[in-house]
Design a protein around this ligand. Structure first.
Ligand code: HEC
Ligand code: HEC
Length: 381
């Protein structure tokens, strides 16, 4: 008994004396966090900043011509004021139903996604009579704009173990205020059958930055890739699929985007403001009233060498065993600001998503039965 007390005291002492995990590098200086060298990072950033054109496979429906147009402030990878339109309507049982958007004078209906693209590549010289601009019909009464998010430092978020979020949700539930956050297991598109705790996007719809890059390349820019090989429409489409080809270095654009994001530093805190008495008081209050229950201040990444994303990504030393301060809420919480849009499975994970059996996919978040397509429920499943 004495011995075990002795051992646990020793363990506590060792824990207390153990140095804290090193801080993830922070800054807005376009430097790498050390995962790659600065030249590689600059080249990856050039891909993220690149303006795509018709012969790269842009569109047919799209929002903008480069990732940077929406992820830019104050440097590539930061957020922006650019918003995206999502719509849908309620079905007979009050369930969310994806919109049906007619294009080409009603000869084709875009289905299976809530996103409405702002731009289209035609009519153009090759297709002067094909008018495919998406317009929202009156029937789609649920409408929202979602603002562009920051991606700087997201490599650290990706490297947080699933268990951290599972434990956070449990702890929240146990405490007096019972703010039970929910974890959502979502598909890893590059590891068919494998799932992981979602943490990216307003609804935690992705867990892997490579999956997100392919999702964004298709849905924001209309560029198909090996992970998202199907166009939203084939009208006016002239470039062979997948549009995103493997380069001489063996990498496609989506690989460069994912590596760029993984190698970014975390957003730096405004040190000057943080020292002011008001900010210090605010920080105290933030913890005191429980904001930090959801907006957790410090997270720690898995050790270097840990396999993530269904074994397709190994945490490199630059990302492993680091602490960082995202203040983000990576669990699903209904805080009364729900936009009523339920995530479409095929939009985010590809049209073949239902031909795959996904291990541990958040089953109670899938609605089947009377509805034509199952949906990923937005906040509470
Ligand atoms: C038209 C604007 C726009 C473009 C272009 C765009 N994004 Fe985004 N991005 C967004 C918005 C809006 C969100 C939030 C999406 C949501 O959850 O509904 C987002 C979210 C993300 C996230 C998740 C960030 C987080 O921490 O949750 C990643 C990663 C991302 N985008 C990568 C990319 C990449 C890579 C490209 C280029 C292939 C790209 N985006 C192009 C607007 C854009
Ligand atoms: C129950 C969990 C929870 C608690 C507690 C909570 N928040 Fe939030 N907070 C959220 C969620 C979820 C969002 C995203 C809301 C949305 O999608 O509309 C958010 C968004 C925010 C945003 C906007 C962030 C952005 O990037 O747009 C701010 C600022 C914020 N919260 C501050 C606070 C403060 C201050 C407190 C304490 C008074 C607090 N929150 C308490 C869950 C929480």
């Amino acid at each position: 008994m004495k011995l075990s007390i002795g051992i646990s005291l020793l363990a506590v002492t060792v824990l207390l004396l153990a140095p804290p995990f090193p801080e993830a590098p922070a800054g807005f200086d376009n430097k790498t966090n050390g995962m790659v060298d600065d030249a590689t990072h600059a080249a990856d950033q050039a891909k993220f900043d690149e303006t795509e054109a018709l012969d790269d496979g842009l569109g047919p429906l799209y929002n903008t011509q480069s990732c940077r147009e929406c992820h830019q402030n104050p440097t590539s990878g930061g957020p922006s004021q650019v918003t995206e339109l999502r719509v849908g309507h309620s079905g007979p049982r009050g369930e969310f139903v994806n919109p049906e958007i007619p294009i080409a004078r009603g000869t084709e209906i875009i289905k299976g996604r809530s996103l409405v693209n702002d731009r289209a590549i035609c009519p153009n010289a090759a297709f002067p009579g094909t008018e495919i601009q998406e317009r929202v019909p009156d029937s789609e009464t649920i409408r929202t704009f979602r603002v562009s998010l920051n991606v700087l430092g997201d490599g650290f978020v990706e490297a947080v173990p699933d268990q951290t979020f599972v434990d956070l949700a449990k702890d929240q539930c146990k405490k007096n205020h019972k703010i039970c956050g929910q974890v959502l297991y979502v598909p890893i598109v590059e590891a068919p059958g494998q799932t992981r705790v979602g943490r990216f996007g307003w609804k935690d719809q992705q867990a892997s930055l490579l999956s997100f890059a392919a999702d964004a390349y298709l849905n924001e820019m209309g560029i198909t890739s090996r992970l998202q090989p199907d166009e939203v429409t084939n009208l006016c489409n002239t470039v062979a699929e997948p549009n995103d080809k493997t380069g001489p270095d063996g990498l496609s654009d989506i690989d460069h985007f994912a590596r760029f994001i993984r190698a970014t530093e975390t957003p730096a805190r405004d040190a000057q403001t943080a020292q002011t008495p008001k900010a210090r008081l605010g920080a105290e209050l933030f913890d005191k009233v429980g904001c930090d229950t959801c907006h957790v201040q410090t997270l720690t990444t898995a050790p270097a060498g840990t396999n993530l994303n269904g074994g397709t990504f190994t945490v490199p030393p630059a990302l492993g065993g680091k602490q960082f301060h995202p203040y983000g809420d990576f669990l699903l919480h209904n805080v009364g600001t729900g936009d009523g849009i339920v995530q479409s499975m095929t939009e985010h994970y590809g049209k073949k998503m239902y031909q795959i059996t996904w291990k541990n996919l958040s089953g109670n978040c899938l609605r089947k039965g009377p509805f034509p397509v199952p949906y990923l429920v937005s906040f509470l499943c």
